[in-house]
Ligand binder design. Structure first.
Ligand code: ADP
Ligand code: NI
Length: 218
C-alpha cells in the first residue's frame, strides 16, 4: 500500500471513530464542530504550511480528551493511536498537538508550540467566535442549565485553569471571559484575517443584545 493510501485509510478510520463518539454530544462539541475545525485547519495549512497528515489527525482528535467530555485520565487519544499502526514518533506528535490546543482561562497562558498545533488551535478558536461561536456558546450554556444573562453577575478573568473550569456564570459572561479575547490569541496570519469579521459579528451581537435588554432598540 502506498504511503498516501495508508494515510488516507487512517484518516477515514479516525473520522468514523470520532463521528460515532460525538454523535450525541449536545454541548457544542458535536461531530460538526470537529468537521469544521478539520476543514478550517486544512485551509489554513494550505496557505501557511505544516504537515497535513498531522494537522488532519490532530484536528479530528482534538476534543476527544477534553475535560468537559470525559475524565482527564481516560487518554482516549493515546488509546486510539495505539490501535492504528502508526510510528511511535507520529503518535507522540499527534498527542502533543491535541494537548496544546485547548483554552484554559483568560489569564492562563497556553501557547501552541509546533506549527501544526498553532494551526489546529487557530481553527478551534475560530469556531468559537462568529455566528457559529454564538450558537455553540448558548448550546453549551443551555446544556449546563446556565442563565442567558444576569446583570448582577460580572464576568471574571480566570487566573487558573481550575477556576475557569469551575465557573457557573451566565452564558453572556463567557463572551467576555473567552470569546472576545480569542482574536488576539491567534497564531497565524490567515486565522487573524478570518477572525476580523467573526469578532465584529460578536460585538454587534452584544450591542444588539444589550439594547434589547434595556428596551432601547427602537
Ligand atoms: P473548543 O471546542 O472550541 O475548545 P470548548 O471546549 O472550550 O471549545 O467549549 C465548547 C463550546 O462551548 C465553545 O463554543 C465554548 O466557547 C463554549 N463554552 C465553553 N465554556 C463555556 C461556558 N462556561 N459558558 C458558555 N459556553 C462555554
Ligand atoms: Ni474544539
Amino acid at each position: 500500500m502506498s504511503l498516501n493510501i495508508r494515510k488516507s485509510a487512517i484518516i477515514n478510520r479516525t473520522k468514523e471513530y470520532i463521528k460515532k463518539e460525538f454523535e450525541s454530544e449536545g454541548s457544542g462539541h458535536d461531530w460538526w464542530h470537529v468537521y469544521r475545525v478539520r476543514n478550517l485547519a486544512i485551509k489554513i495549512a494550505n496557505l501557511e504550511g505544516g504537515d497535513l497528515f498531522l494537522i488532519e489527525m490532530a484536528a479530528l482528535l482534538h476534543d476527544l480528551d477534553d475535560w468537559k467530555i470525559c475524565s482527564e485520565d481516560e487518554l482516549r487519544v493515546e488509546k486510539w493511536l495505539l490501535e492504528l499502526d502508526l510510528e511511535k514518533s507520529v503518535q507522540t506528535k499527534i498527542i502533543e498537538i491535541t494537548r496544546q490546543v485547548s483554552f484554559k482561562g483568560a489569564n492562563v497562558e497556553n501557547k501552541a508550540i509546533s506549527p501544526e498545533a498553532k494551526i489546529v488551535q487557530d481553527a478551534d478558536r475560530l469556531d468559537a467566535i462568529g455566528a457559529i461561536g454564538i450558537a455553540r456558546t448558548f448550546s453549551y450554556g443551555g446544556s449546563k442549565g446556565r442563565l442567558i444573562y444576569d446583570p448582577g453577575i460580572k464576568p471574571e478573568m480566570h487566573n487558573s485553569f481550575d477556576a475557569y473550569k469551575k465557573t457557573t456564570s451566565p452564558t453572556i459572561n463567557h463572551f467576555y471571559e473567552k470569546l472576545l479575547l480569542l482574536k488576539d490569541r491567534l497564531n497565524t496570519k490567515t486565522a487573524k484575517k478570518i477572525a476580523v469579521s467573526r469578532h465584529q459579528y460578536l460585538t454587534e451581537y452584544l450591542n444588539q443584545f444589550f439594547k434589547e435588554w434595556e428596551g432601547i432598540d427602537f
